[in-house]
Design a protein around this ligand. Structure first.
Ligand code: OSB
Ligand code: MG
Length: 369
């Protein structure tokens, strides 16, 4: 593969509804859409999952633009390559900046699959034609509101409800949800809002048959999570503190979690996600695909990775209509009875709608050799 040029676009997409977690609220999604174009004029698409400000991790839209412009694009354009893994080797000397790396690596994976005329899912070894999905629900203004939002998503067919918790919005809310919905697959995501001082409170959550509790402790911790896991029955799932296969190995060896949330951007791309998947499968650790409120392009990558057989739990990959009035892909991602049908067209399997992309583009720049 030989890249002729790369286009970066800064997109601004108004969300249908605000999304609130323990660290704040997002109402407009701002992100970088990456397009790589090869010498034959074929385009591959990727999306950065960095937000506008560094509340989820240390990366931002601007730090990603800088890394892409000054390092990752020049390294990708300078010489041809045979396989996307070679790009990761080229990027290897750059520490972290995983979401920036993943954005262009994902675009190259799409291009790589398109050149072979195969869907990305098949190219990475995915076998599933359908994936089971759940939904992640932000913190609401009242318990009644939380219950009615859940009721709506249960009726829509989502297979698993994930609710956000934070100090002051935890045990009572979970108890109320369980009382109303005794049988749903339910889990809680704390986005690092607690410490080991909260251990008694976290133990109380064991009474509600949660599938897991996601990242209860610090965003950069794997040690305290191990201490906590030994004292609670609910499996811990790590999100924020997993950046690589090495982090995963350490967490598993320390007994710090029973489940791993794989986010392609957070771990630096599809190649690293596959390695984490393979390791977890070998060690009996279930994985599932997390979400970062992606547009259709990132969503398509998430669908592709979820076709690997170690992704045994429903992910956070909801339908386009959960997030956007109009997504940037055709067709948009739809969900029926908790199932998304995996696309069979080459690459990410959805067509990027350039007209819609243009409407959301605040700024764009073309990079050549
Ligand atoms: O912790 O998984 C998270 C959204 C933004 C940042 C972090 C997280 C989330 C979600 C939403 O839970 C998942 C989605 O619907 O894309
Ligand atoms: Mg999370």
């Amino acid at each position: 593969m030989k890249l002729d040029r790369v286009v970066l676009r800064h997109l601004q997409m108004e969300q249908k509804s605000p999304f609130t977690t323990s660290f704040g609220t997002v109402t407009t999604k701002e992100f970088i859409l990456v397009e790589v174009i090869d010498e034959d004029g074929v385009s591959g698409w990727g999306e950065s999952t960095a937000f506008q400000s560094p509340w989820y991790n240390e990366e931002t839209l601007k730090t990603n633009w800088h890394m892409l412009e000054d390092y990752l694009i020049p390294l990708s354009i300078k010489e041809p390559f045979q396989h996307p893994d070679e790009l990761n080797d080229r990027f290897g000397f750059i520490r972290k900046n995983n979401m920036a790396k993943s954005a262009i690596e994902g675009a190259v994976w799409d291009l790589y699959a398109k050149k072979q005329g195969k869907p990305l899912s098949a190219v990475i070894g995915g076998k599933r034609q359908e994936i089971e999905v759940g939904i992640s629900i932000g913190i609401q203004n009242s318990v009644d509101e939380q219950l009615s939002v859940i009721e709506g998503f249960v009726a829509e067919g989502y297979r698993r409800m994930k609710v956000k918790i934070k100090p002051g919005w935890d045990v009572d809310v979970i108890a109320a949800i369980r009382a109303r919905f005794p049988d749903i697959q339910l889990m809680a995501d704390a986005n690092s809002a607690y410490t080991l001082a909260d251990i008694d409170l976290l133990k109380q959550l064991d009474d509600y048959n949660l599938m897991m509790i996601e990242q209860p402790l610090a965003y950069d911790d794997i040690i305290d999570h191990g201490t906590l896991q030994k004292q609670i029955k609910t499996p811990i799932c790590l999100d924020e503190s997993m950046h690589s296969l090495e982090d995963t190995r350490k967490a598993v060896e320390l007994g710090s979690c029973g489940i791993i949330n794989v986010k392609i951007g957070r771990v630096g791309g599809i190649s690293e996600s596959i390695k984490i998947h393979d390791y977890c499968k070998e060690h009996g650790i279930p994985v599932w695909c997390g979400g970062m409120l992606e547009s259709g392009v990132g969503r398509a990558h998430n669908i592709a990775i979820t076709t690997l057989d170690g992704f045994t739990l429903p992910g956070d990959t909801a339908a386009s209509s959960r997030y956007w009035e109009r997504d940037i892909i055709d067709p948009e991602v739809t969900m029926k009875d908790g199932i998304i049908t995996v696309p069979t067209a080459p690459g990410i399997g959805y067509e990027v709608n350039r007209g819609v992309v243009d409407q959301y583009t605040a700024y764009a720049k073309v990079y050549r050799k």
